[in-house]
Design a binder for this molecule. Structure first.
Ligand SMILES: [Zn+2]
Length: 726
């Protein structure tokens, strides 16, 4: 509702003698307004016993006074006891009116609260819608914005209402010793300033200082207007606050209910799928294979995964299709190499959402499993690169990325982000940080680099394996009739390492980078074990195919790099791959043949008996244990890394010293002995990874290396063109 509209209406409603009850200012069904107001007021009254009765504010007999005769208590507003008596003395007061005057300070607090609620909802709804719009406009700088999905439209008003009510309480408390303070005007000034500042910052384009000044100017102008029209404005706010609350609930129901109904409807339309096993794909983001104890690491980092591996098949030399998350996840859901699915960098976000054209339009594992009657869900802790926003939602009827906790929801709003930018990036000595720790609000201090990167700004709150587990278990519980396909991304091994605060440190953790990396693995391994224990408890584990893998490794100092994403060494593409399906895959089998983990979709579809398996690049990995003779003929796994400039500051030093994606596209191929890496501008590297897994000894310039590289390059080219279908 706009003020302009109200001003058209007000004179009609103020006609002397014309009954107001049932008047219909916005063309609503007659009587509905009255019922709605009554309903909202009584629910508000449940929270605020001192809230004035709804009739006092709308159609109470004797209140049809012209605007010029508006008196204060008719809008439930009394600035101070003294002032109230002065203002009401001219009009005869009914007993109930007298009572409202007697309880003036309390009614006044109610008025301030309603003003804060009105401003909070209005500001928040605008902010939520604006964040969605400006996220699209600013998507080119996706790395420095904290991402949102449509839930923000109701989350922002909640945060703004809470914040503004706190401001109202503060203003009210300040006004107590000064009864002459024009408290409503002061509050309206502060709230106008906060609202306008909020809207200006959401563009992510203006300097904060400019936003401050502009907001201050608007607030001053509004104050001047308000000084002359205070009572009319108050009456407007008071009358429209139920409408604002209503509007908020409409958005809340439309977004949450709409999503729920959409999923229920889609699930109801799925074909029957009696007897099919559940499918659980677990991606441990950034986990290099050689740090798992089941991959012969010296530390007991992964007792739970080791146990699963003993009951399933472990691929000792599985290779990821890329060395960073986005292309690799697209490969894990389509089975295609990055060159095919094309999601090699963050792409512009379509205004109307991603259609079937995302990831090159290739079919996804989720879509194929839906055709087999599966409910499909994704649960992601990687809110940069495994989200619906980046185009990976296709095939998932349910996708949980943002808003997993109160802290995360708070920080995705503008004032939450503002708070995070101002206080949460401070040192451990900061009073705010210490206060939050004292209050046990540690999760808000557990930082994720989303929204910050190397650019400054605010951090998001990290989503831990415990939260991912809760999400997936809650979703599984919702429907036990159908088989599920759940795709999980645990982000705990990703920088910054060490696991959540408060989680016991392993004995080896002395604080070095590698110690902390391993400690993160120990944490996520524990929670992976807990998830499977919960599934066992619910009788689901026996009939669930579990696939454990990673999207890429981590340098941890190798070749002078700390992280991942700009080169293709063995420690960056060698990932774990374990398939667990008791009774259907051999227990304790270890496969040495190098395989790509992009074969996961074809493998799963074959295991569940889907003819769609043939539509996904393979070959399905079951052949490795059903026909061991195929091993030597297995296609060599390829990886592709497109040119990109998203380089962590700490890794920039290596650019120019070693071939990196900062200078051009790269491809790599792994044979049972050799690893060939080709840079489009900087030539090839060749390593014998079986004896030199750290790849310190480049053989490309040896006579043997040169001879080998010729043949391998041809293999690499033919591998790529086979994939391209040429
Ligand atoms: Zn990743």
């Amino acid at each position: 509702m706009s003020p302009g509209r109200e001003s058209n209406v007000a004179p009609t409603r103020m006609q002397p003698g014309k009954p107001e009850a049932g008047s219909n200012p916005i063309g609503f069904v007659p009587g509905a307004l009255e019922r709605w107001q009554k309903m909202t007021f009584s629910s508000l009254k449940a929270f605020y016993p001192t809230w004035p009765d709804w009739r006092q504010t709308s159609d109470a007999p004797g209140r049809n006074t012209p605007a010029k005769n508006l008196n204060c208590e008719s809008i439930g507003y009394v600035e101070s006891p003294g002032q109230a008596h002065r203002m009401t003395s001219s009009a005869p007061a009914s007993p109930s009116q007298t009572q409202s005057v007697v309880s003036a300070p309390i009614v006044s607090a109610g008025s301030l609260t309603s003003l804060a609620i009105w401003f909070g909802i209005f500001t928040g709804l605008t902010e939520g819608l604006g964040l969605l719009i400006f996220q699209r406009i600013n998507w080119r700088q996706w790395g420095r914005i904290i991402h949102v999905s449509k839930e923000i439209v109701w989350i922002s008003p909640v945060v703004d209402v809470l914040f503004f009510v706190m401001v109202a309480v503060l203003v009210w408390l300040v006004s107590r010793p000064w009864p002459r303070l024009p408290v409503v005007r002061v509050l309206a000034f502060v709230l106008t300033f906060l609202a306008v500042y909020d809207w200006l910052t959401l563009t992510n384009r203006l300097y904060h200082r400019a936003c401050w000044l502009l907001a201050l100017g608007v607030a001053v102008a509004f104050m001047r207007w308000l000084a002359k029209h205070e009572l009319v404005a108050l009456r407007f706010w008071r009358k429209t606050v139920p409408w604002m609350v209503g509007l908020f609930f409409i958005f809340l129901l439309a977004i949450q209910g709409g999503e729920w109904m959409h999923e229920e409807y889609a699930v109801a339309r799925l074909p029957q799928a009696a007897g099919s096993p559940n499918v659980l794909v677990i991606v441990l983001d950034t986990l290099r294979a050689d740090h798992l104890s089941s991959y012969n690491y010296s530390r007991p980092t992964s007792p739970q995964i080791d146990r699963i591996a003993q009951q399933g098949v472990l691929f000792e030399n599985a290779v990821a299709t890329c060395s960073w998350s986005l292309p690799s996840h697209a490969s894990l859901v389509t089975g295609q190499y990055p060159g095919q699915h094309g999601l090699q960098n963050v792409q512009p976000m379509p205004w109307l959402g991603w259609g079937n054209g995302s990831m090159g339009g290739y079919p996804t594992l989720g879509e194929a499993l839906q055709r087999r009657g599966y409910r499909t869900g994704a649960f992601s802790a990687n809110r940069n690169f495994f989200t619906s926003n980046v185009g990976l939602g296709r095939g998932f009827l349910h996708f949980e990325d943002y808003f997993d906790s109160l802290a995360d929801s708070f920080i995705r709003t503008l004032y939450g982000k503002e708070f995070a930018g101002l206080y949460l990036n401070r040192t451990e000595h900061s009073k705010v940080i210490r206060a939050l720790r004292y209050l046990g609000i540690d999760s808000i201090l557990d930082k994720d680099d989303e929204g910050s990167g190397n650019y400054g700004g605010a951090f998001a709150v990290r989503k831990r394996a415990s939260a991912v587990n809760q999400e997936v278990l809650r979703w599984i519980e919702r429907d036990r009739q159908r088989p599920f396909f759940a795709f999980l991304n645990y982000m705990d091994v990703h920088y910054s390492y060490g696991g959540p605060r408060g989680y016991p440190k392993p004995e080896w953790d002395r604080g070095t980078t590698v110690d902390e990396y391993d400690a993160s693995l120990r944490y996520v391994d524990d929670y992976l074990g807990r998830l499977l224990a919960d599934l066992r408890r619910d009788g689901l584990a026996e009939n669930t195919i579990v696939v454990i893998t990673s999207d890429h490794g981590e340098s941890l100092g190798g070749h002078g790099m700390n992280y991942h994403g700009i080169s293709m060494y063995w420690d960056l593409i060698h990932v774990p791959l374990i398939i667990f399906y008791p009774g259907h895959v051999p227990a304790g089998l270890r496969v040495t043949t190098p395989v790509t983990n992009a074969a996961i979709p074809a493998t799963i579809l074959q295991l569940v008996g889907s003819p769609d398996s043939a539509k996904f690049p393979g070959p399905p990995l079951a052949a490795v244990w059903t026909k061991p003779e195929v091993g030597p003929k297995w296609p060599y796994p390829l990886s592709e890394l497109a040119r990109n400039e998203f380089i962590n500051t700490d890794d920039k030093a290596v650019v120019g010293k070693i071939p990196t994606a900062a200078d051009g596209n790269m491809v790599s191929m792994v044979t049972p002995r050799w690893h060939l890496i080709v840079h489009e501008k900087l030539g090839a590297q060749l390593y014998d990874w079986t004896v030199d897994p750290r790849e310190l000894n480049n053989l490309i310039d040896t006579p043997e290396g040169r001879a080998l590289a010729v043949g391998l390059s041809l293999e690499l080219k033919s591998g790529i063109s086979r994939r391209d279908g040429n």
